[in-house]
Design a protein around this ligand. Sequence first.
Ligand SMILES: NC(=O)c1ccc[n+]([C@@H]2O[C@H](COP(=O)([O-])OP(=O)(O)OC[C@H]3O[C@@H](n4cnc5c(N)ncnc54)[C@H](OP(=O)(O)O)[C@@H]3O)[C@@H](O)[C@H]2O)c1
Length: 391
Amino acid sequence: MNAGGDEDDAVLAAGRIGAAGERWGAATGVARAQGANALDFGRGLHGGSVPRPSRGSMTGAAASPELRRRGHSATIGADAHAALFVAFPGPASSLSTPPTPPDPPMQTIAITGANRGIGLATAQTLAADGHRILLLCRDERRGRRALATLPPLHGEARHHLVLCDLASLESVREAARRILDPDRPLDALVNNAAALPRQRTLSRDGFELQLAVTHLGHFLLTHILLPLLRRGAARAGKSRIVTVSSAAHAGPPFDFDDPHCERRRYRRTQVYQQSKLANVLFTAALARRVAGEGVEPVALHPGVYDTEILRDYLGRGAAGGAVRTFVGTDPDRAGPILAALAAGRRDEALAGKYLDKSVVTKPSRAARDRDAQERLWAWSLEAVGLGGRDG
Ligand SMILES: NC(=O)c1ccc[n+]([C@@H]2O[C@H](COP(=O)([O-])OP(=O)(O)OC[C@H]3O[C@@H](n4cnc5c(N)ncnc54)[C@H](OP(=O)(O)O)[C@@H]3O)[C@@H](O)[C@H]2O)c1
């Protein structure tokens, strides 16, 4: 059973959806029918926003999901007040002491690779802050387990699990189709998932797997979800696309002659570098295309954390373990960093930028190459079957 409510309603799985109420869009109708519109979906009285649960004593890098959950539920009284205050702002001006301003509104944020590591930590932090999370995961069991760790939301709002295998363009399209609903704008998309196979492996579509998961799957997903992010920006002023890259992006230029590593020897760390470079190139090219629309794409090196991918990257032997102990911190600490970027203050100056944790940083020379950014964009459009389009 998940913490977000009815089990099946919370899972938006390609091929598993039967009843109308199980769809994301249909769930909107269910909630509307239950009179949850003003509180849950934020139109009407709130003019597009919903008061979110007060943070109180929760969150912080060291707070466990359990602690955050407890802090969350301890603030319900304050939230009820905030809801009333926002709904009926008139009398507030006549109070002798100014009321506490309401917390920022709830946002809807989609996160890929959200079942473990940095993605899960980000989902937990954002959920503890009262935001609605769409967890995009490829495995239902792992996804459900992650969903169950998220603090529940107020009222009828629910977190959702959306099955999405980024190594399959078909699965990405299907996941995006489940999410697409003009009435449910997205405030942020966090492109976080990555793969690091030891041997050269091909995706369902015949792409080298790292490039498929880390870049091409996210490229297509972002494209399809862009209308929702534009709507999120139109509603709230801004929306954000956080693509999790890595300091490891700094390496040779993108190999347009052999992107899928067909002719050169497969060296997975080099291929990892290439896929992370693609994340930064993509972000810069995307920022140019959405400039002035309120959609802010950023690329991020999140820091170094002791997760599966780092274990794979450094090796699981004694030497790798020693390095990990030295450099890798608890992935829970990544949550607040990514959450602040995904849901925090919007800033047009960040659009297209690369951040090292919270600091805007110059990416590698290869990543700053505008020709490479544009060439990758055009190449990726062709690869995912969107050739001929540009935005
Ligand atoms: N950890 C670090 O020190 C570090 C440093 C710099 C950058 N990063 C970046 O941070 C991001 C998150 O990595 P992490 O450290 O949290 O690693 P992680 O714990 O290994 O998480 C990777 C996530 O990606 C998902 N994933 C893999 N293949 C997928 C596919 N085909 N479709 C959908 N999801 C897939 C995994 O799901 P499954 O459980 O189903 O495999 C998992 O949820 C990655 O982009 C990574 O490159 C990490």
